[in-house]
Design a protein around this ligand. Structure first.
Ligand code: F6P
Length: 333
């Protein structure tokens, strides 16, 4: 019988995402309701290295479900990637008597959790870890959905709807850069939702003539007098794309880089509800003796997978939505 988990740490790591607070709240409330004590580790894995932590009670997480950002702060930790850094982290785990850690973040966060758990085991310490996927990029291979994606999409859509008003008035071309360092999930979802003329994503190598010039030409023939180009930052720079449109199409585009505004804001219902269910599942995984897991959504269901297997998983990019966008933008008049 596995040793019953009695005290867990919780942390957020990597780029923040709206809904992280809802996940923190769910983990803390579920743990406490099952007799498990909670310690908030601040500033990601650095919090373990630097003994930067706070006790978490049921009231510590009151009134945060509807707040963007993370009450535990977040950071990326280079020191934690070194064995010596994780040694310092383990010393804090021993000091606090932690036998479990819930980490909320992306792939890198989970790789750190797995490395820490393995290093702990080498030293005879049992440290069970569970990851909760949270990134606005939605680019974690093991989970259909990651906390923050829906809120970020809605933020971008609201901004682009505003841009469309002025682009329509001035009969202009707008080039909008959205986040997605290595992935086009956000750009494609937003592009489809705003009726973009074209969407550029890293998963589809750019053919400027076909992907931009031809689409603007067809839209113009269909009667459009303004054009909306959505660019994932991982597919290129909106400024460069705009310059090429100017030089090769003869338009005078206006560039908007949405940047970090997509990372903030009041979490949407989907993000709050998903985060709450994921946080609950993370604690139940530990209670039921399943350590080194990642909580994921699969077709709307919440489940948990072996962390090592989860980190090797790749999810197919929905390129068929690219064809849908192509058709819909074609008939747009
Ligand atoms: O990983 C989420 C993300 O928002 C990416 O889309 C973006 O490129 C990156 O984080 C920005 O990182 P930082 O906040 O460190 O500038």
């Amino acid at each position: 019988m596995d040793k019953q988990v009695k005290r867990i740490g919780i942390l957020t790591s990597g780029g923040d995402a709206p809904g992280m607070n809802a996940a923190i709240r769910a983990v803390v409330r579920t743990a406490i309701s099952h007799g498990i004590e909670c310690v908030g580790i601040r500033r990601g894995w650095n919090g373990l290295i630097n003994s930067d932590f706070i006790p978490m009670t049921a009231s510590s997480v009151s009134h945060i479900i509807n707040k963007g950002g993370t009450m535990l702060y977040t950071a990326r930790s280079l020191e934690f990637m070194e064995r010596s850094g994780r040694e310092k982290a383990l010393a804090t785990c021993r000091l606090l008597g932690l036998d479990g850690i819930v980490s909320i973040g992306g792939d890198g966060t989970f790789r750190g959790a797995l490395a820490l758990s393995r290093q702990a085991a080498e030293e005879g310490l049992t440290l069970q870890t569970v990851g909760i996927p949270a990134t606005i990029d939605n680019d974690i291979g093991c989970s259909h959905y990651t906390i923050g994606f829906d809120t970020a999409c809605n933020t971008a859509i609201e901004c682009i709807d505003k841009l469309r008003d002025t682009m329509q008035s001035h009969e202009r071309c707008s080039v909008v850069e959205v986040m997605g360092r290595h992935a086009g999930y956000l750009a494609l979802y937003v592009g489809l939702s705003v009726g973009a003329t074209a969407v550029l994503i890293p998963e589809h190598p750019l053919d400027f003539e076909q992907d931009i010039v031809e689409k603007i030409r067809r839209a113009r023939l269909a009667g459009s007098t303004h054009y909306m180009i959505v660019v994932a930052e991982g597919a290129g720079s909106a400024v460069d794309i705009s310059r090429r449109i100017h030089d090769e199409v003869g338009l005078d585009p206006r560039v908007t880089v949405l940047g970090h505004i997509q990372r903030g804001g009041i979490p949407s219902a989907r993000d709050r509800e998903t985060a709450s269910r994921m946080g609950y599942r993370a604690v139940m995984s530990l209670l039921e003796g399943r350590g080194n897991r990642v909580v994921v959504t699969q077709d709307g269901r919440i489940t948990d997978l072996d962390m090592e297997e989860a980190l090797q998983m790749v999810k197919p990019f929905p390129l068929e939505r690219y064809q849908i966008l192509d058709s819909l933008s074609f008939i747009r008049g």
